[in-house]
Design a protein around this ligand. Structure first.
Ligand code: PEP
Ligand code: MN
Length: 332
C-alpha cells in the first residue's frame, strides 16, 4: 500500500508514522510524503485525516507500477530529460572498461562529435574470472570525471559491490548497477539515498517481478530516478551470449512507470548484430540505448567481441535515427 500524506504532515512526523506502522519508507520531493508498505492494506486509524490518497496493490510492484503513476517517470540526465512526454531515446556509448586516458579521450570525442551527451565506461568490472582485467577502479573514475569536465559530458559507470558505492556516486552522473549486482542490498539501499539517476540492470537470471522489486528498493528508499535496463537473460541458447528479452520490455512498458534503456551489446555478445538489434529496440519506442564501442576493439581488456568500432558506432547511430523517428522518438 502507498499512502500519500497531507502536505500539512511534516517530515519528522511522517518518519514517526512510518516507523509506527512498520512501513518501509517515507520520501519525497519537498512537502510531499509517501509511505509504502506491503504489510499494511488499510489506512491505519492513527493516520485518519492525514492521508490525501492511498493505493492498494496485489503484489510488491507499487511505486514502479502504472497503477500508482500512469505516466512514465521523467528522469533528468544533465540537461536532457528521458521519460515523461519527452519522446527522447538517449544513446549512451563508450567502452566496456575505462583503460587509459588516451582510450577514454577518444571515446569522449566520439560521443561529443555525434552530438550525444553521455559517456559510459566501467571502472569496477564484475568479471566472471579473478584472472581477467578487473578495471582501473578509482583511477578510472577520475579519468571519467576528467572527461565530464573537459567535454561537458554526463558519465555513467557501474558499481560492482557496496564497498565502493560512495566513490561511484561521487564521480558519476548516473550510477549503473550491474546485472550481477542487481540483488546487492548494500548498493540498492545506498542508491536509494541519493539524488542522482540510477540505471538498474536486470540480473540475467532474474524474473521481471524480481527486477522490478529491486527497483522498488531504490524508489521506496526515496530516490525516484530509476531507469530499468534490459541487457539479456540466460536461456538454453549458447550461440549468442544472452537472449535480449523484448517480450519483457513490452511487459515493463505496459505495467511499470520507469524509463527503459536497452543494452544490445551485452545481450548478443558479438558486434556483428548490434546495429540490427539496436534498430529492433528503438522500434519499440524506448527511452534509451547503451552500446559499447572501443577505439580498437581488438585490444579491449573486456568484452572485446561485442564492442563496436567507432566507425560502426557512427553507422549504427545513422541507422537507428529513422527508426526512432518512425515511432515518434528522437535519438539524443
Ligand atoms: C557492462 O556494462 O560492461 C556490464 C558488465 O554489464 P552487465 O552488468 O549487464 O553484465
Ligand atoms: Mn561490458
Amino acid at each position: 500500500m502507498i499512502l500519500k500524506l497531507n502536505t500539512s504532515v511534516h517530515s519528522a512526523e511522517a518518519a514517526k508514522l512510518a516507523e509506527q506502522h512498520k512501513a518501509f519508507h517515507i520520501s519525497y520531493k519537498g512537502s510531499e510524503h509517501l509511505i509504502t508498505s506491503s504489510s499494511v492494506k488499510e489506512v491505519p486509524a492513527a493516520l485518519e485525516g492525514k492521508v490525501d490518497q492511498n493505493w492498494v496493490f496485489a503484489n510488491d510492484m507499487q511505486l514502479a507500477s502504472r497503477e500508482f503513476q500512469k505516466e512514465t517517470r521523467e528522469v533528468k540526465i544533465g540537461d536532457l530529460t528521458i521519460g515523461g512526454n519527452s519522446k527522447n531515446t538517449i544513446l549512451i556509448g563508450g567502452p566496456c572498461s575505462v583503460e587509459s586516458l588516451e582510450q577514454i579521450q577518444e571515446s569522449a570525442q566520439l560521443i561529443k562529435s555525434l552530438g550525444l551527451t553521455t559517456l559510459r565506461g566501467g571502472c569496477y568490472k564484475p568479471r566472471t574470472s579473478p584472472y581477467s582485467f578487473q578495471g582501473l577502479g578509482l583511477e578510472g573514475l577520475k579519468l571519467l570525471a576528467q572527461m565530464r569536465k573537459e567535454h561537458g559530458l554526463s558519465v555513467i559507470t557501474e558499481v560492482r559491490d557496496a564497498t565502493h558505492v560512495d566513490e561511484v556516486i561521487e564521480h558519476s552522473d548516473i550510477i549503473q548497477i550491474g546485472a550481477k549486482a542487481m540483488y546487492d542490498q548494500g548498493i540498492l539501499r545506498a542508491c536509494a539515498k541519493i539524488n542522482k539517476p540510477v540505471l538498474l540492470k536486470r540480473g540475467f537470471g532474474s524474473t521481471l517481478q524480481e527486477f522490478v522489486q529491486a527497483a522498488e528498493f531504490i524508489l521506496a528508499g526515496g530516490n525516484d530516478q530509476v531507469i530499468l535496463c534490459e541487457r539479456g537473460i540466460r536461456t538454453f541458447e549458447t550461440k549468442t551470449r544472452f537472449t535480449l528479452d523484448l517480450c519483457g520490455v513490452a511487459y515493463l512498458q505496459e505495467y511499470t512507470n520507469l524509463p527503459i534503456v536497452l543494452d544490445p551489446s551485452h545481450a548478443l555478445g558479438y558486434r556483428y548484430g548490434v546495429e540490427k538489434l539496436a534498430k529492433a529496440c528503438v522500434a519499440m519506442g524506448i527511452d534509451g540505448l547503451i552500446i559499447e564501442a572501443h577505439p580498437d576493439p581488438s585490444v579491449a581488456k573486456s568484452d572485446a567481441a561485442q564492442q563496436l568500432t567507432h566507425d560502426q558506432f557512427r553507422a549504427m547511430k545513422s541507422a537507428i535515427e529513422p527508426v526512432a523517428n518512425s515511432v515518434g522518438y528522437k535519438i539524443v
